[in-house]
Design a protein around this ligand. Structure first.
Ligand code: PGA
Length: 247
């Protein structure tokens, strides 16, 4: 069985002071033990956030890492730095990284390999842009992204990977995919994983939906057969995010 996961992607939001306030509030109101809750916090505030959640069920993850182990890459952080401060979760291939920072499937694959080598758990994001949805190439795009990202990854590593299907047209737009649209692609992602590996690997994989998930649509989306939770942007910055976690 796949584990239920709710992740919050804060992107470039919340100062240190706001981070402390927010985490303290969520900690009080979120009471789940069977769901993995991860906040992907801006790197500069990770240690602050982590100190506040240590000992709870909430995890803190990192939004990005470089694909090389170390070196002259001003402004970047490496997998072993992330590991060294005690983090487990790393977001890889988010559409904003693909779109604004030229993160290709090849780079995504390098990052996943390096993350796994450092015992980190990548959350891989895939999804089509509006034009691709409209011209009927969603499955082809998602398939290329999943296969590209998982190239060369051994079956025994798959338990450490989570995949989030995030249609780019639904991110930050308030335009959520319908439950059926989200389910259809999440199911398709599971089929690809089955084709690449086997049935057990596919059934055990947590596959999330992301893109304008909020307080009112979360519980219906999470009821769909192949949706094991959500990756939430905007709504993860609001105090009632605990309602999404509890959903
Ligand atoms: P959104 O962002 O929930 O604000 O649409 C989702 C994401 O970017 O992961």
């Amino acid at each position: 069985m796949a584990k239920k996961v709710v992740a919050g992607n804060w992107k470039m939001n919340l100062t240190k002071t706001q981070t402390v306030e927010f985490i303290n509030e969520v900690k009080e109101s979120c009471n789940v033990s069977d769901t993995l809750v991860v906040f992907f916090v801006p790197s500069i505030n990770i240690e602050t956030a982590k100190a506040l959640v240590d000992g709870t069920n909430i995890k803190i993850g990192c939004q990005n890492m470089h694909q090389e182990e170390s070196g002259a890459f001003t402004g970047e952080i490496s997998a072993n730095m992330i590991k060294d401060i005690g983090l487990e979760h790393i977001l890889v291939g988010h559409s904003e990284r693909r779109q604004y920072f030229n993160e290709t499937d090849e780079i995504v694959n390098q990052k996943i390999n390096l993350a796994l080598k450092n015992k980190l758990k990548p959350m891989l994001c895939v999804g089509e842009v509006l034009e691709e949805r409209e011209n009927g190439t969603t499955n082809a795009v998602v398939s290329t992204q999943v296969k590209g990202a998982l190239k060369g990854i051994e079956a025994n590593e798959l338990k450490n990977i989570i995949i989030a299907y995030e249609p780019v047209w639904a991110i930050g737009t308030g335009k959520t995919a319908t439950n059926e649209e989200a389910q259809e692609v999440c199911k398709y992602v599971r089929e690809i994983v089955k084709e690449l590996y086997d049935e057990k690997v596919a059934t055990d994989m947590s596959i999330l939906y992301g893109g304008s998930v909020n307080n009112s649509n979360a519980s219906d989306l999470f009821k769909m057969a192949d949706i094991d939770g959500g990756l939430v942007g905007g709504a993860s910055l609001k105090p009632d995010f605990s309602n999404i976690i509890n959903a």
